[in-house]
Design a protein around this ligand. Sequence first.
Ligand code: SF4
Length: 323
Amino acid sequence: MQKELLNWYRANKRDLPWRKNRDAYRIWISEVMLQQTTVAAVVPYYEKFMKRFPKVQDLAKATEPEVLEMWAGLGYYSRARNIHKAAKQISTQGFPQTAEELLELPGFGPYTSRAVASLSYNEKVGVLDGNVIRVLSRVHGLKLNWWLPKERIQLQSLSDQLAQTEYNSEINQGMMELGATVCTPKKPLCLLCPWKTQCVALKKNIVDQLPLSKPKQDGEIWHWQMQIYTHKNKIYLEKNEATPFLPHMMFPIGKAEKAKKKPSKFDIKHSVTKYDIYINLKTSNKAPKLAKTNWFDVNDIKKINHSSLMTKILKKLEQLDKI
Ligand code: SF4
């Protein structure tokens, strides 16, 4: 299986900017960005980020708003904050070279740690992301509840077995590439697959049943009452501590609570992961005593908070003629 995959990967791999060398910093940033969206969407963000922060030391020296500005549009801003924290540690202590040590860094989970250890430092560890889970479940015909840690271990062990070669980096990238381009969630291109002769799911005609679908997480409804204070083209913002989503980002002050049903009236609807958020805006240009430093010029707000929710709030305020 290793040989077939390697031959296929070497002949079919896409030319991507993070594959130019095996630099751990470049690979790490690409892997985190790829957890957010597709390869095609990541490439321009990646190139812009690398131009602004070519070395881990450049990233470590930057301020948090500068890092968030380069991350704007990718979402999941807590990942950008963790990257920044980890860069500070790496720039003083050096890059750890094993998956076990990498796991100690902020934001490094099992997948990122293994990907960096193998792709940069040739450690014989297998990666397990959505693509690899799909490929391995199908090729071995495994009906596993892969979202449960005790069942996921079986897939991790199969991935680790495949990585027991000096070519572990290409094996890992090959499996991810196969999942992204051939063994796709819908309509996989089995005729082009290097493992088509031994694929159990293909033999049993159960490709479309694997991997098993993860049960849907129960969603949560939230009501968020925002009090918008404006004064001379400025808006008052504070760090959001009111909700479990979008934590520590600068938003207008207000109250938020979990609710049983959606409100009959609301100004903005927004969704973040499992949260459906309904926002009501109350505006006033007469502010009570508020911290002097928390007033921000309307034109600068996108630099302070890049989230799509803040963009919706500004748009709504424009429509209401409040800014
Ligand atoms: S033969 Fe088809 S289902 Fe099996 S691993 Fe290859 S692409 Fe996936």
